[in-house]
Design a binder for this molecule. Structure first.
Ligand code: ZN
Length: 195
């Protein structure tokens, strides 16, 4: 990735884990990342106990957008940029992933998105090994994903982003601007405070 680094801002603080005084190094910086625009990143590292954590939030807020792409085996390499505020849905498979507090943006392709869904379904199969309904449903989804990859099935990939920092990079993708009302119904993964 081609990153334009802005100046790092470093300060010292108390560690919330070990209670060390001024042992926590807090680094903040702004990066410009292709597809996602300006991102504000904060990372902390405790010099005493080694505690570390990092967070990033998107600074750019564009118009709410929705992409719809009919996917089959010819679309597996289509590039998809999913920001941390985006929701991905494949209605035919009953699959939806909404942003949460821990959600990250990533650039992948259609096959990569399907693989992520597949991994999540496989995790559900392991966690719910006693529940035969979950097992049957999950195995059915895995079968449908396989059929999609092999060209035996088509489905719609829908990407919605209330902050407009996401994209399905394909000439066949239909781009629709969302109304504010529609955008307000989407999760952003951020706690918002009404003023
Ligand atoms: Zn510490």
């Amino acid at each position: 990735m081609d990153l334009n680094n802005f100046e790092d801002n470093v300060s010292m603080s108390d560690c919330p884990v070990c209670g060390g005084k001024n042992t926590l190094r807090v680094t903040s910086k702004t990066d410009n990342i292709p597809y996602f625009g300006d991102i504000f990143e904060t990372s902390v590292l405790c010099e005493q106990c080694g505690y570390q954590s990092s967070d990033s939030i998107s600074l750019e807020q564009n118009d709410p957008v929705k992409y719809i792409l009919k996917i089959d085996e010819t679309k597996m390499n289509t590039r998809v940029a999913k920001s941390q505020t985006a929701t991905i849905t494949i209605p035919e498979l009953g699959l939806k992933v909404e942003p949460g507090a821990k959600s990250q943006g990533y650039v992948s392709n259609v096959e990569g998105i399907l693989n992520r869904f597949e991994d999540a379904v496989l995790r559900a199969i392991k966690l719910e090994s006693d529940n035969s309904d979950v097992q049957d449903n999950a195995l059915n989804i895995i079968e449908l994903i396989t059929q999609l990859k092999m060209g035996e099935l088509t489905a719609n990939l829908i990407l919605e982003d209330p902050w407009g920092n996401s994209l399905i990079d394909d000439d066949d993708a239909k781009k629709v601007m969302l109304t504010q009302e529609e955008a307000d119904k989407l999760e952003t993964g951020f706690t918002t405070i009404d003023q």
